[in-house]
Write a protein that binds this ligand. Structure first.
Ligand SMILES: Nc1ncnc2c1ncn2[C@@H]1O[C@H](COP(=O)(O)OP(=O)(O)OP(=O)(O)O)[C@@H](O)[C@H]1O
Length: 327
């Protein structure tokens, strides 16, 4: 059995994650499972802890992030260069898009049960996205990245003092609504130059561009309905040339993945994407602020092993082929 490590963000999910961990801990002890647990103490700590765990010895290890997608993003970046590490996740945040996209139960106790079962066999390899910034620094993402309006909101929310205050009353999500409405009336759209696998595109009055490895984003919005983390492709969504009021309607339709039918929403698939503009737009990776454009985003197929109920795509294709009687 691989060594088992947990990296816990006790502040995730408005501080609810600490209580979630206490329950998980009881379960692990009752089942006499040996593990090591580390709590994050500040933003960026999960990445450091995960990197230290990964570098400790050459043993195969499971590193399970307990928190929200931000914690998972940090753990991913800490382990990505260590092929002997398998990534796991127990949802304890307020968004938890990773668990939606990678078929992990939303309930933490059920997620632990699934993790413990999946640990007994080899985990499937999943794709990840890699962002290379202008200064050549690199960041990985597993859900999605975005540039423009949505990244600005993510930045403002995460740097807002009001958020910490509202979190105390479990009202953290109100901060999103506040900044969304504020920026909806103030945000200046811009022209974006996009290159997808060498093909150039220009979009005027662009609100945002997202690049997805799995469908979900922003706490359950189906921004890229066709995205699959095993297809070796990234799904690109561009929202441009639409009024402030219509943007609000498009936002609502994203929860059902119906925004793709608006003519102002363009969808593409590709392996390597560059995003440029005359304006220094904010960029997020898995909802965390990572810098500004210009940048290159590319798919790293089969980048890491992930504890997920999704099976290998090839395996599913083979099963389907066999059940169709084709040999
Ligand atoms: N101990 C800590 N104290 C404060 N912030 C932390 C701590 N550990 C991690 N963080 C930061 O908390 C942020 C949010 O984490 P995460 O996304 O896991 O939780 P969340 O509940 O989904 O958050 P959000 O409310 O932003 O959706 C991340 O930017 C992470 O770097």
């Amino acid at each position: 059995m691989k060594e088992l490590y947990f990296v816990i963000n006790p502040k995730a999910g408005n501080g609810h994650c600490y209580k979630i961990w206490r329950k998980i801990e009881l379960k692990l002890k009752s089942e006499e499972i040996s593990y090591l647990a580390f709590f994050t103490e500040y933003s960026g700590h999960a990445r450091k802890l995960a990197a230290q765990i990964a570098a400790k010895n050459n043993h195969s290890k499971m590193v399970v992030a307990v928190g929200g997608d931000g914690t998972l993003h940090e753990v991913l970046n800490g382990i990505i260069n260590h092929p002997t590490i398998t990534l796991g996740f127990i949802p304890g945040g307020s968004g938890n898009d990773f668990s939606r996209g990678f078929q992990i139960p939303a309930d933490p106790a059920a997620a632990l049960k699934v993790m413990l079962r999946l640990m007994k066999s080899d985990a499937p390899l999943m794709d990840a996205g890699k962002i290379t910034m202008q200064d050549k620094s690199e960041q990985y993402f597993i859900n999605n990245m975005g540039a423009g309006f949505d990244a600005l909101i993510a930045y403002q929310v995460n740097h807002s003092r009001v958020k910490a205050l509202l979190n105390k009353f479990s009202l953290g999500r109100l901060v999103y609504v506040y900044f969304l409405l504020k920026e909806l009336f103030c945000y200046k759209t811009s022209t974006i130059d996009l290159s997808i696998d060498g093909k150039e595109h220009k979009f005027k009055q662009t609100w945002f561009v997202t690049v997805s490895n799995q469908p979900y984003y922003g706490g359950g919005m189906k921004i890229a309905p066709a995205a699959e983390p095993q297809d070796g492709l990234l799904d690109i969504t561009v929202v441009h040339e639409l009024s402030r009021l219509k943007l609000l309607i498009v936002f609502i339709s994203v929860f059902w993945g119906k925004h793709i039918y608006f003519k102002e929403v363009k969808s593409f698939q590709g392996r390597a994407i560059t995003i440029r503009s005359d304006v220094e737009l904010y960029v997020h990776g898995d909802g965390e602020h990572v810098g500004h454009i210009p940048l290159k985003a590319e798919i790293i197929p089969k980048a890491l092993q992930v504890l997920t109920r999704m099976r290998y795509k090839d395996e599913v294709d083979l099963k389907e082929r066999d059940s169709n009687g084709i040999h």
